[in-house]
Design a protein around this ligand. Sequence first.
Ligand SMILES: Cc1cc2nc3c(=O)[nH]c(=O)nc-3n(C[C@H](O)[C@H](O)[C@H](O)COP(=O)(O)O)c2cc1C
Length: 170
Amino acid sequence: MNREAFYKLTYGLYLVSSLRGEKKNGFVSNAVFQVTSNPPQIAVVCNKDNFTSQLIKDSKLFSISVLKKDANPKLFGLFGFKTGATVDKFESVKHITAKTGAPIVVEESLAWFDCELINTFDVGTHNIFVGQIIDSDLLDSESEPFLYSYYRDVKKGKAPKNAPTFIANK
Ligand SMILES: Cc1cc2nc3c(=O)[nH]c(=O)nc-3n(C[C@H](O)[C@H](O)[C@H](O)COP(=O)(O)O)c2cc1C
């Protein structure tokens, strides 16, 4: 198998967030995609070891923020390489509260979706969470989205082992 072939798949970059009680948390994901239009459904591939995974399973809600091109690298360090099990990621990040109660990161975001979990598919290391979209908004129609290929090829960004795209030593 030539794993370089996976690099020809295209993605954006997103922050997927949830909460349990007072605890808000989220993680960087490239694996977000619209599932259907009517009803509007969206899916995210989430590693079972992500702290956010437990929050989504328990609260049955999550939000998705679509990151803008050249979004502040601090967001990737915080949401992509640290775990909410030990860090309060939302302490320093501008966010709003969605209809479902989920926190939504609006800093560096073009648009957002507020979702209720309606289906979970166990795919081994990860779950695919499917959400019914309860609400959404466009925050910035001028800027471009942050493409994963741009993050990897131009910004030389890395993905940690919990990312579905992870390839060792790349
Ligand atoms: C560019 C990038 C893409 C990522 N994509 C995913 C993804 O699609 N799914 C996933 O489960 N983790 C992904 N990750 C890894 C999580 O963001 C990371 O493990 C995070 O620290 C989990 O945070 P948590 O434990 O607070 O939930 C990605 C990380 C980066 C930097």
